[in-house]
Design a binder for this molecule. Structure first.
Ligand code: IFM
Length: 820
């Protein structure tokens, strides 16, 4: 990228270099000379424009000339909004400047893999190859664009981790055996990665790029790779191979353990296809390669290879190799530079609508962006999106879809990129017939969504497995973890609350709400006193199986019944939804009658009937450190008989449906349940962070948030090798947004009520509410809200209209007062 002052742009060496760079796809901007001291508005605007195009300041070469300082050159270094001008060095004369620009042009011509250029806070750097952590690293370094994910196994051979490409929603096998079907993978160099004397991998979160550098025999191999966000399904790799590290023998390889069913060549492109023997679907990859200079790097010099691998995947029919080959050839014609520029632009656009800035906490800042990056990468924004427990970063849980998707991942997308949230809901909508059939087969009405879902929407939860200690255990969640039914309804409602998408609400959203309510109405048991119960379930706390009146399940079902009735009333004058007023009244009556285990004298909800009679163990007192798998520590039997909670259960209600609970009881329930919680699921810490923040317990909130942020970066549960915990990442965003910023939709308005821990100097969140991009920025004393288009916000219970001019508030004691 070249930013040149207009006077220089008119001179011969700059003009011709600019023309060559522009022809190679390098943005060139001409602006007034860069003054000393404060950068002018024109420079600021140019940098802002470049930032928006995904170009980092350190990748911007600035050349300028003015009467005072003469000819100067350097990189921009400052980001948009920076108050001071960059440090530039003087250049002797136009001849020297011409040489410098000629070097840039030559680098372009040679096709060097671009160096990592993202600013601090945007790059995850991994030095060395460590066999013990490589599987986790491969998950962390995954690049994906919704449909196709490419794990971060090194571009060199590494025996402990295998390159992997997964396609969202493309499964093989049936029932509990169903698993994501791996696709063909781009080939890797035959050289062993562990032979490298120096290795560095950098994940550039802002640009969606992985940079790899390996040094062998004094020769350096550099690779840049990405899953194009502008062309989902296209994987691009530029590598500078050397004699010590030659290019892959074959452009495509079969995924480990999987047979490539067919392969071939068509108009210059090699293709391979994997296919599901049971479901008929498949994944085809076709590759186009450009190398220069041509040949192999035996005579000393490196060669650059661009590899464009296009994927087409279909869950239920064999995809066409011709289609993939055409996409690969098109990519080759466009070329690496063009593809990289559009990919960066697309990522810049996504970040502009979703970034969370945490000032004063570099480690958490990077961890947060790492989470947001993977959340954005993992979900497609058209058609239907099946989001497995590990997204596209690994095969853990076989790629099955849990409540992780609906409750943990979806809110982030509803609030930042609604088309992806809508695609996730479409996955459920398309499986409504299967959910209706399941309910019918159990003698119930409505829709019973499966605890684990894959291709066709029938339950695919395994019935048994070996636990981490190698013991054979039966798994009953498929039969009993029924809260998923209300979770799906909650997801549909949450999507509408953020987006205001009334077409969805009155159409498929209503159907989801109605059929799930019908399920609960047919599921409850009424006792002789008229109280309603739900017997024999598993709540989020999976340590206790087949319990009666689990508070979480009952209250979520109550919310589901009430919300469906409300919605039907709201839309029925306009739309005949085929629900009688008797049915609606029955839903409301049942909701009233459902017991919730609230104990008024203690101000707490009993997690399920009989929980308080169990052995009163306090995990916080017996476990040296949490998170801990309490079932491994104490044995499943003891845990079953004790007040040990795996993950937020009663507390999860305060996070999802606070209005369903008695006002002012969050603190008492937090005090009781948190010390009894093992956080044996990675989903737990973030929710506790959100709740502690709401309760004003900032120290505990911060500690829980920190744990959630490190789950995958430090592989805290020793399971990251199977893929990243995508729900934990969604939980992290929710902790920051709902917890610390106190930001959530409420009755058509956006409620904002921030509370910052002392470690942070400022927190800035960008989201989208009812179609308007909203940014809130707060310190401990000040709050500023800006909305692209006017929206209603709620600050300290007071409705306020906020638009592009923004509104500021100042903390006075415990309340936010509008500032003048
Ligand atoms: O959905 C979760 C569950 O809450 C705890 N066990 C793992 C599942 C998949 O992440």
């Amino acid at each position: 990228m070249l930013l040149a002052s207009d006077r220089l742009m008119a001179t011969e060496p700059v003009a011709s270099a600019a023309a060559t760079l522009a022809a190679a796809g390098v943005p060139v901007v001409s602006i007034p000379p860069l003054p000393h001291g404060e950068p002018s508005a024109a420079w600021q605007a140019a940098l802002q424009q470049l930032w928006g195009a995904g170009v980092s300041p350190s990748a911007v070469l600035v050349v300028t000339q003015d009467d005072q300082a003469g000819l100067r050159v350097g990189t921009a270094t400052m980001g948009p909004g920076s108050a001071s001008a960059p440090e530039l060095s003087p250049v002797e004369d136009l001849g020297a400047l011409a040489c410098l620009l000629a070097t840039q042009v030559e680098l372009r011509r040679r096709g060097e893999p671009p160096a990592a250029s993202a600013p601090p806070g945007w790059m995850l750097t991994i030095d060395g190859i460590d066999p013990d952590t490589e599987r986790a690293r491969a998950a962390q370094l995954t690049t994906a664009a919704g449909r196709i994910g490419w794990n971060g196994a090194p571009s060199l051979t590494e025996s402990r981790v295998t390159p992997m490409v997964l396609a969202a929603g493309v499964y093989d096998g049936q029932g509990a055996d169903s698993h994501l079907l791996p696709g063909p993978v781009p080939g890797v160099s035959p050289t062993e990665a562990s032979a490298a004397t120096r290795a560095r991998r950098v994940l550039d979160l802002r640009g969606g790029l992985v940079h790899e550098t390996f040094e062998l025999d004094g020769l350096v191999t550099r690779v840049v790779r990405f899953a194009s966000l502008a062309r989902p399904g296209l994987l691009v790799r530029r590598a500078e191979w050397t004699r010590a590290c030659p290019p892959p023998a074959r452009p495509l390889a079969a995924p480990v353990g999987e047979l490539v069913t067919d392969e071939g060549t068509t108009t210059g492109s090699t293709w391979q296809r994997t296919r599901s023997g049971t479901l008929g679907g498949g994944i085809v990859a076709a590759v186009a390669t450009a190398r220069w200079p041509s040949g192999t790097p035996t005579d000393g010099g490196p060669i650059v290879e661009d590899q464009f691998t296009a994927y087409v995947a279909d869950p239920s029919a064999p995809p066409d190799p011709e289609h993939a080959a055409a996409l690969a050839r098109q990519a080759e014609e466009l070329g690496f530079d063009h593809l990289l520029a559009e990919h960066r632009r697309q990522w810049a656009h996504r970040w502009a609508g979703a970034d969370v800035v945490i000032e004063g906490d570099d480690e958490l800042q990077l961890a947060t962006r790492f989470a947001l990056f993977h959340l954005m990468s993992s979900v497609s924004d058209d058609g239907e999106a099946a989001v497995g427990a590990r997204g596209l970063t690994g095969t853990g849980y076989r790629g099955h879809v849990f409540w992780d998707a609906d409750v943990f991942v979806l809110p982030f997308l509803a609030a930042t990129h609604p088309p992806s949230a809508r695609a996730m809901l479409e996955y459920r909508v398309q499986r409504l017939p299967a959910a209706l059939a399941t309910a019918r087969s159990l003698g119930r009405r409505g829709a019973r969504f499966p605890w684990e879902s894959a291709h066709d929407g029938r339950d695919v939860t395994p019935r048994s497995a070996r636990d981490r200690a190698g013991r054979f255990v039966s798994i009953r969640t498929g039969q009993l973890e029924e809260h998923i039914v209300a979770d799906v309804a909650w997801a549909a409602d949450t999507y509408v609350a953020w987006t205001g998408d009334v077409d969805f609400q009155r159409g498929p959203g209503l159907e989801l709400l109605v059929e799930t309510a019908r399920y609960w109405a047919s599921r409850v048991r009424i006792d002789p006193d008229g109280d309603a119960h739900i017997d024999g379930v598993i709540g989020p706390d999976e340590y206790h199986e087949c319990v009666d009146d689990n508070a979480f399940t009952n209250v979520m079902a109550r919310w589901n019944l009430r919300r469906a009735a409300e919605l039907v009333e709201a839309v029925s004058p306009e739309r005949d939804v085929g629900i009688t007023s008797e049915e609606r009244h029955r839903w409301r009556d049942l909701a009233e009658a459902l017991v919730d285990g609230f104990e008024p004298d203690r101000g707490i909800y009993e997690q399920f009937r009989g929980f308080h009679d169990l052995e009163p163990l306090v995990m916080a007192e017996i476990a040296p450190r949490r998170p801990i798998a309490a079932d491994l520590l104490l044995g499943p039997e003891r845990v079953r008989q004790a007040q040990v909670v795996k993950q937020a259960d009663v507390l999860m209600l305060y996070h999802l449906v606070p209005d369903e609970l008695r006002a002012g009881t969050l603190e008492s329930n937090l005090r009781f349940y948190e010390p009894r919680t093992a956080h044996g699921s990675s989903l737990s810490p973030a929710i506790h962070a959100a709740l502690f923040a709401r309760a004003g317990g900032l120290e505990q909130a911060y500690e829980a948030l920190r744990i959630a942020s490190r789950i995958d970066l430090d592989d805290l549960t020793a399971t990251t090798g199977g893929g990243l915990h995508i729900a934990t990442m969604g939980g992290l965003w929710q902790a920051l947004v709902h917890g610390f910023a106190g930001m959530r939709p409420r009755d058509g308005r956006l409620q904002v009520d921030p509370l910052l821990p002392p470690q942070w100097s400022a927190l800035e969140i960008t989201a989208r509410f009812h179609g308007s991009r909203v940014t809130i920025r707060c310190t401990s004393q000040d709050l500023h809200i800006h909305a692209e288009r006017p929206i209603e916000v709620l600050v300290d219970g007071e409705p306020q209209r906020v638009g592009p001019e923004g509104r500021s508030f100042r903390r006075q004691g415990s309340v936010w007062e509008p500032s003048r």
